[in-house]
Design a protein around this ligand. Structure first.
Ligand code: FES
Length: 151
């Protein structure tokens, strides 16, 4: 156990923890941020995606000791209900969800893409979301929302 200060959604959090604890557990259990979801716990589904310095990362298999001093953004830090991030607004407009469990990962992955490319091609968007899984099969609506976010 050791003291770690995490920068999350613009705030600082001093915590005492084992530095190999997955970031997802700290976000959900200690900080009460339930945007990132626990899906597979193996880095394969994308439900737990957060941004680390604007790069999409899978929080379920990211030891918290590796992100100390980095800027972590969760779905809660992206926008607000009153002022959603453009990607969140696009997913709302396109109703790009069925059960919604995968949406955190979809939105955070598209937000990371938008942060590094302003006009990605359809192929680039599809490739960016290739490893985010939706068990409902709502990928068509999700891709439509992602493309709308780029407009
Ligand atoms: Fe992290 Fe599936 S829960 S990738």
């Amino acid at each position: 156990m050791r003291s770690v200060t995490l920068r999350v959604n613009g705030g600082q959090h001093a915590l005492t923890l084992a530095e190999d604890t997955p970031l997802l557990f700290i976000l959900r259990n200690d900080l009460g941020l339930n945007g990132p979801k626990y899906g597979c716990g193996l880095g394969e589904c994308g439900a737990c995606t957060v941004l680390v310095d604007d790069v999409a990362a899978r929080a379920c298999c990211l030891p918290v000791g590796l992100v100390e001093g980095r800027e972590i953004t969760t779905l809660e830090g992206l926008g607000t209900p009153e002022k959603p991030h453009p990607v969140q607004a696009a997913f709302i407009a396109e109703e790009g969800a069925q059960c919604g469990y995968c949406l955190n990962g979809m939105i955070m992955t598209v937000a990371a893409l938008l942060a590094r490319e302003t006009q990605p091609s359809d192929a680039t968007i599809t490739e960016a979301l290739r490893y985010n899984l939706c068990r409902c099969g709502a990928h068509v609506e999700i891709l439509r929302a992602a493309k709308r976010a780029m407009q």
